[in-house]
Design a protein around this ligand. Structure first.
Ligand SMILES: N[C@@H](CCC[C@H](N)C(=O)O)C(=O)O
Length: 293
């Protein structure tokens, strides 16, 4: 059996996150462990954020991100806030520099407990997202769900926030769409060779929108930080909104600001639920005070 690693079960606006402490060791959380933890109702999660020792000078930690289907993700905004809160509780720091497979990102814990994560710069080129075929204008691509002559959703804006996102703009209530049925079809549509996170967005003013997201590799979630960033950027890029937007997700409110320096900053809360130890190879786990299951 592998040496156990500490973890904290947390959430970012109901986006279920496991923060795994993999510092001081060279192994990684396996897809099998992720699937086992996801299958247990007590540890069910949307993403695992595995904190490793830094790989690059100037960064404090390398963070590996896994979805609940065991696949890897390049970005997770709500998860990064959970990582910040877990590390701040340990070391009292308020400024953080991380590395992920998508690059280096900075984060800040504010006095009011909210956390801002600089999610980097958005990419709009069809190869960056990526799409399977060329689209010169990714503000609205040809893609639809539902009957050909009466599509339920169509013409999404597509954006890479390190990970692929499609934003479908709607006028009706976001809850009137069967995202649990349409989401997986769009996530796995051949136009997205690496699959995609699927968001329905209703703009409610120049500075606000309501969103629901079907996450690649995780399904319906109460919030998705990178999707909030993608929706905010796409809203501004298509002239629907200003560059600083409040987004209402099922789990609560997030603020996204697309700065003049092209960086996208996501701000919101993070919440600790419980702590434990787990085997990164198998996913066998125990609460801090309990015997192993
Ligand atoms: N919940 C995350 C996004 C998670 C990654 C996504 N499922 C993917 O595979 O790209 C967030 O808060 O950003």
């Amino acid at each position: 059996m592998t040496l156990r690693a500490p973890f904290a079960k947390m959430n970012g606006l109901g986006n279920e996150i496991i923060v795994a402490d993999m510092r001081g060791r060279s192994d990684r959380v396996t897809p099998a462990a992720a699937l086992a933890l996801a299958a247990d109702k007590d540890t069910h999660f949307d993403q695992i954020m595995a904190i490793h020792d830094p790989r690059t000078p100037g960064t404090g930690w390398f963070v590996d991100i896994l979805n609940s289907d065991g696949s890897s993700a390049q970005a997770c905004g709500n998860g990064m806030r959970c990582v910040v809160q877990a590390l701040a509780a340990e070391n009292g720091q308020t400024l953080f520099t991380f590395e992920t497979v998508a690059g280096i990102l900075n984060a800040e814990l504010h006095r009011d407990g909210l956390i801002s994560v600089d999610m980097g710069t958005p990419k709009f080129g069809w190869r960056d997202i990526p799409l399977a075929e060329e689209f010169r204008d990714t503000r609205a691509i040809e893609l639809q769900a539902g009957p050909i002559d009466a599509p339920v959703l169509h013409s999404p804006s597509v954006v890479s926030m390190g990970n692929p996102h499609a934003i479908f703009w709607v006028d009706a209530d976001v809850w009137s769409y069967e995202l649990d049925r349409i989401g997986p079809l769009l996530e796995n549509h051949p136009i997205f060779p690496e699959r995609a996170n699927i968001t329905i967005a209703q703009v409610t003013s120049r500075d606000a929108m309501t969103i629901r997201t079907w996450e690649r590799g995780a399904g319906l979630t109460k919030a998705c930080g990178s999707a909030a960033c993608a929706a905010a950027v796409a809203g501004a890029r298509t002239g629907r909104t200003s560059r600083s937007v409040e987004l209402k997700a099922p789990g609560g409110l997030l603020r996204v600001t697309w700065g003049d320096d092209d960086h996208v900053v996501l701000t919101g809360p993070a919440e600790w639920e419980f702590s434990g130890q787990f085997d990164p190879e198998t996913g066998i786990w125990a609460r801090e005070t309990e015997d192993a299951r």
